[in-house]
Design a protein around this ligand. Structure first.
Ligand SMILES: C[S@@+](CC[C@H](N)C(=O)[O-])C[C@H]1O[C@@H](n2cnc3c(N)ncnc32)[C@H](O)[C@@H]1O
Length: 273
């Protein structure tokens, strides 16, 4: 049975309040297709029954978290969009290396890392293109609101389809082993990345001043006040001289004027003004 207007409004309000994700009217099919499997698995007669129970529980219960998790969009791939990784490899990382000769530390936060392809791409690139960093302290943190995506990220086992999307053959041969139909990332790269559960709307206890923040393909789901709040806090967590990168369809323009876009060929990085 199609979701009622009032149930849709309740679910849209829940994900907006807890994850900043905006579900406009017209997305009813998305709610139905993503939540019906949960309702079935939990033994409810219908999605309406499950939403009835959700409405009667405090919004901190695990079922709410499962619903929010199911409504996140976790699409990602290795070396997504290619150009940001080239800009990091050719210009951004060499600049940071120059600046950090004293501390010999480099930090990157992938702030909505989904199933891990983004921070692992960075880790492989560091191993492959910057052998001089072998004895540096490299801190790479991936965080996400979705516990199911984080579980996959920690497992670091990808399907043939996933490794075919964006992963150069040389990286596949060097850093993955194939077992039971999946491609398993080798420990030497896995160990370079730590994962955390982090809702971007909540306080960020992640400590370092980051040299690079990847905030890619997540703010597209948020409304303007949520974007502004996150960009304001990103300013204070970026190291002096650090860089932030957004998704190809995202920008700080008309949202937060205190970021300076710096074009690098087909991509843009941002620094604080
Ligand atoms: C489309 S994926 C982007 C993954 C990766 N950054 C990329 O560009 O390929 C968006 C990710 O944002 C996460 N997300 C959505 N709302 C969030 C929030 N409020 N806090 C943290 N992560 C969130 C989702 O769980 C999802 O994994």
């Amino acid at each position: 049975m199609p979701i009622s207007a009032s149930d849709f409004q309740y679910i849209a309000g829940l994900v907006r309040a807890h994850a900043a994700i905006v579900l406009e009217p017209g997305k009813e099919y998305l709610v139905e297709t993503r939540l019906e499997p949960i309702a079935r698995k939990e033994g409810y007669e219908s999605l309406a029954d499950m939403i009835h129970v959700l409405r009667s529980m405090p919004p901190t219960e695990w079922l709410h978290a499962a619903v929010i998790d199911a409504l996140t969009t976790n699409e990602t791939l290795f070396f997504r969009d290619f150009h940001p990784f080239e800009a990091m490899r050719q210009t951004i990382i060499p600049r940071i290396i120059e600046q950090r000769q004293q501390s010999r530390q480099l930090t990157l936060w992938s702030a909505a890392c989904s199933s891990g392809q983004e921070p692992y791409s960075f880790a492989m690139m560091i191993r492959e293109a910057f052998p001089q960093l072998k004895d540096w302290i490299i801190t790479i943190v991936g965080s996400d609101i979705s516990t199911s995506s984080l579980a996959r990220a920690r497992q670091a086992a990808y399907s043939q389809f996933e490794v075919n999307r964006g992963l150069p053959a040389i990286y596949m041969a060097k850093y993955f082993t194939q077992k039971d139909g999946l491609w398993h990332l080798k420990d030497e790269i896995k160990r370079m990345v730590q994962f955390r559960n982090q809702n971007l709307l909540h306080p960020w206890p992640l400590i370092p001043a980051w040299d690079i923040i990847l905030l890619r393909n997540v703010m597209i789901y948020f409304d303007i006040p949520a974007k502004q709040g996150i960009l304001r806090r990103m300013r204070t967590t970026l190291a002096p001289g650090g860089y932030m990168m957004l998704g190809a369809a995202e920008t700080t323009l008309n949202i937060d004027p205190s970021w300076k876009p710096i074009p690098y060929g087909h991509t843009v990085a941002y620094q604080t003004c």
